[in-house]
Design a protein around this ligand. Structure first.
Ligand SMILES: [Zn+2]
Length: 125
């Protein structure tokens, strides 16, 4: 992936995680990653529409996952896709906690562990 592509993804994302919205300036010890929304192991490429900016916590917990189990319905559900889904349709802040507003949101909050102690610690300061 070229430096220009990485720069384009970072700029498009406003320099914040496209999943939990952590800003780069609030994560001084870890650089936000350019990640593959659909991992290369599933056959997707470095096209801009398959790339997103993600914090290290979201990226590590997402791993190669494409789906998870919705904690409310117990149905297999796709994860949030930053290029196809609107963040506001699927997530909402309740204080420091991120809550899912849809099956996609609930499943993504669960799989990416978006309210982990590490995540909460970065949000509180
Ligand atoms: Zn994140």
């Amino acid at each position: 992936m070229s430096p220009a592509t990485r720069a384009r993804v970072r700029e498009r994302a406003g320099n914040r995680c496209e999943y939990c919205q952590l800003r780069q300036e609030d994560s001084p010890l870890a650089v936000l990653h350019v990640e593959h929304i659909i991992p290369r192991m599933h056959g997707r490429s470095d096209d801009l529409d398959n790339l997103a900016l993600a914090c290290i916590d979201c990226n590590l917990h997402k791993g190669p996952n494409l789906t998870g189990i919705d904690p409310e319905t117990q149905q297999v559900t796709e994860l949030f896709h930053p290029r196809r889904h609107r963040w506001d349709d699927h997530f909402q802040w309740r204080g420091l906690y991120l809550t899912g507003q849809s099956a996609v949101g609930r499943t993504t909050v669960r799989v990416l562990q978006m309210n982990s102690e590490d995540q909460l610690a970065l949000r509180c300061c």
